[in-house]
Design a protein around this ligand. Structure first.
Ligand code: ADP
Length: 608
């Protein structure tokens, strides 16, 4: 057997093998595409088998069989065009031209009893080659639109089709140039072998090749996947997963997350095909989710006629769906759709399953991160509560101990010395400590109210200058130098009780944290349509390390000695709450040993 003959036998074997494989898959999954593929290779296989049988066994050609085979071969370009139509759109004109060509070839052959003149054969050959080239271009375009395995397979099919067209062209030309017949025949065999191999790769690629093709897309997806759980929120993760799955599959993809409480899948479908929520229904995605099985629908409209108009409106032809589940936990479903039916359903189904599994891992990691954050927040809240209770208990205990001791002393004295004059100083101490206690309880209650956003109540016009004058004139500050500078009334719309509380707190602190002989200055002015209050002292100041937290609950400066300066670290926290709930801001400038200035800026409100 010569090398050329060997090539020829090999080519024929490959074509027959491809036919057997595609016929088997058409039997298993009867879709228009799989049948079209089987028909196309059936025509080639029939031609090969018939001529082999006749030449090998030296049989007389059976006319009817020969005619049928000839018609099938003539129909090949037309069958090829049908195939293109399955995953691309063939214009009306091209379809009609192909049909005309088919009719012409069939008539020519039948009218000349299988022996058409060379000129007609040439016309048919050119028609075949032109159509094959057109189909190859269409396949290339379809390949460009897809990605992953589909893209590689379509590229292989495009190459195979181009080689087939060339084979026919060269084979058709060889009778015209008898001198080069030998060389042309060799070329035909090689082109045909190339075409057979490329078709084999395109329509029945061995698993190892498919895996090799899938790998780069998958690798890219997995590389992105590793960072996805850290995205700010679940919708961003779902969006990124949809994009990744879409480009890996060469399709549009959407993910529905299962909400156990409502028993619904929630979608954020960027392509607008699916509604935002899908509960138990005839939706194919719900079916796949419920049965926890991946599914492929070559024709979505046929599988779910109820939704056919919607599918058509959104250009959805075939669907791939896989449930997203982690162990026994049902998390959701991944759906991918294409506007044309890919020939490669089976492989894509494997891939979509794999992507859904990856999505499950990512979503699970995300929910673990969320859970950890929840636990941390919970622990923090619990710790805060404990801090609160211990700080409150500690601060309440001091005045309470003095109060109880003093009261017991007075009681004993009253019993043992009933006629002794009342101990006025002792009674005053009791009143003082009871007041301190009451003030602490009020602070605790206020800080709780502040948390609930209920601290500031009804507002009314308040003159801040008058309020400050009132505060500075109080008996508590007798003996301290407090100066107030304000040119005119500064009236704004405030809750009078709370704004007074805030200002009083700042003045109290200025007095508390500065030496008796020093001066406290209050300045109130109206500037840029805002009320501004500055409270300045020449006291101990606040260490710069404390400045950032000084307005936080329970925070006290590290330079403050608990025994010398009583306090809970709630005053400034409440002050800030009051100012901010009035739409204002509070800040501080301070230097240790020099003094502090607290700045309050408040909007004037309606009364401005
Ligand atoms: P308390 O005075 O009860 O500790 P505050 O919330 O009013 O609580 O103040 C928090 C902390 O801010 C104080 O403990 C103190 O360290 C610091 N601080 C507040 N005002 C002044 C001031 N005028 N001078 C120096 N330090 C101050």
């Amino acid at each position: 057997m010569s090398a050329i003959e060997l090539v020829s036998v090999l080519t024929e074997l490959i074509f027959v093998l491809v036919f057997l494989l595609v016929a088997w898959s058409a039997v298993r999954r009867r879709t228009r595409t799989s049948i079209d593929i089987a028909l196309f290779f059936g025509a080639i296989a029939a031609f090969i088998v018939e001529s082999r049988v006749v030449t090998t066994l030296g049989l007389e050609q059976v006319e009817l069989v020969n005619d049928v085979v000839t018609i099938l071969v003539i129909a090949m370009p037309y069958l090829l065009l049908r195939l293109v139509d399955d995953f691309s759109t063939v214009p009306f004109v091209a379809n009609r031209l192909a049909e005309a060509g088919l009719l012409f070839s069939a008539i020519a052959f039948l009218a000349t009893v299988g022996q058409p003149p060379t000129s007609i054969v040439l016309v048919i050959v050119v028609y075949f080659a032109a159509l094959a080239t057109y189909c190859a271009v269409k396949f290339i375009r379809a390949a460009r639109r897809s990605s992953g395995v589909t893209r590689r397979r379509l590229e292989a099919v495009a190459a195979a089709t181009l080689l087939l067209g060339l084979t026919i062209l060269v084979a058709g030309l060889s009778p015209v140039v008898p001198a080069a017949a030998g060389a042309l025949d060799g070329l035909v065999q090689i082109l045909a072998l190339g075409s057979a191999i490329a078709y084999f790769v395109g329509f029945a690629p061995p698993p190892i090749l498919r895996r090799a093709w899938q790998e780069p897309e998958l690798r890219a997806f997995l590389r992105r996947a590793a960072s996805l759980p850290r995205l700010p929120d679940t919708p961003s993760i779902v969006g990124a997963l949809q994009d990744g799955a879409g480009s890996t599959l060469g399709a549009r993809a959407t993910i529905g997350l299962y909400d156990r409480e409502t028993n619904k899948l929630r979608f954020q479908d960027p392509h607008g095909v699916l509604p935002n929520e899908i509960g138990p229904s005839e939706y194919l995605v719900w079916r796949a989710f419920e049965t926890q099985g991946a599914a492929y629908y070559a024709d979505a409209a046929r599988a779910n006629p109820g939704l056919a108009p919607a599918y058509r409106a959104h250009g959805v032809r075939s669907l791939l769906i896989a449930p997203i589940s982690a162990a026994t936990e049902r998390l959701g479903a991944l759906e991918a759709y294409t506007d044309h039916q890919p020939v490669f359903s089976e492989d894509d189904l494997d891939l979509v399953r794999l992507l859904a599994d990856q999505a499950a891992v990512i979503l699970e990691s995300r929910s673990l991160i969320d859970e950890a954050a929840r636990v941390r927040a919970h622990e923090q809240a619990a710790r805060l509560k404990e801090d609160f209770i211990s700080a409150a208990a500690h601060d309440l205990k001091t005045p309470l101990t003095t109060l109880v001791a003093q009261a017991q002393f007075l009681e004993r004295r009253a019993v043992t010395e009933p006629s002794a004059p009342p101990d006025i100083a002792g009674i005053r101490r009791i009143v003082l400590e009871a007041r301190r206690l009451s003030a602490l309880v009020v602070e605790l209650l206020d800080s709780a109210r502040l948390e609930q956003g209920k601290l500031v109540g009804e507002r009314e016009p308040v003159d801040l200058v008058e309020l400050a004058r009132d505060i500075t004139g109080r008996e508590t500050y007798q003996g301290r130098r407090i100066t107030l500078s304000a040119d005119a009334p500064v009236v704004g719309s405030y809750d009078p009780r709370r704004i007074e509380q805030a200002l009083e707190n700042l003045v109290e602190n200025a007095v508390k944290y500065s030496p008796e002989a020093s001066e406290v200055r209050i300045a109130i002015m109206k500037r840029d349509g805002l009320a501004r209050i500055d409270v300045t002292d020449e006291g101990i100041g606040i260490p710069s390390a404390d400045l950032a937290q000084i307005f936080e609950r329970f925070h006290r400066g590290t330079n403050v000695d608990d025994r010398r300066f009583a306090g809970m670290g709630l005053g400034l926290f409440i002050c800030k709450g009051i100012v901010e709930q009035h739409g204002g801001r509070i800040s501080v400038d301070s230097r240790v040993g020099t003094g502090s200035t607290f700045h309050v800026v408040l909007p004037l409100g309606d009364t401005a």
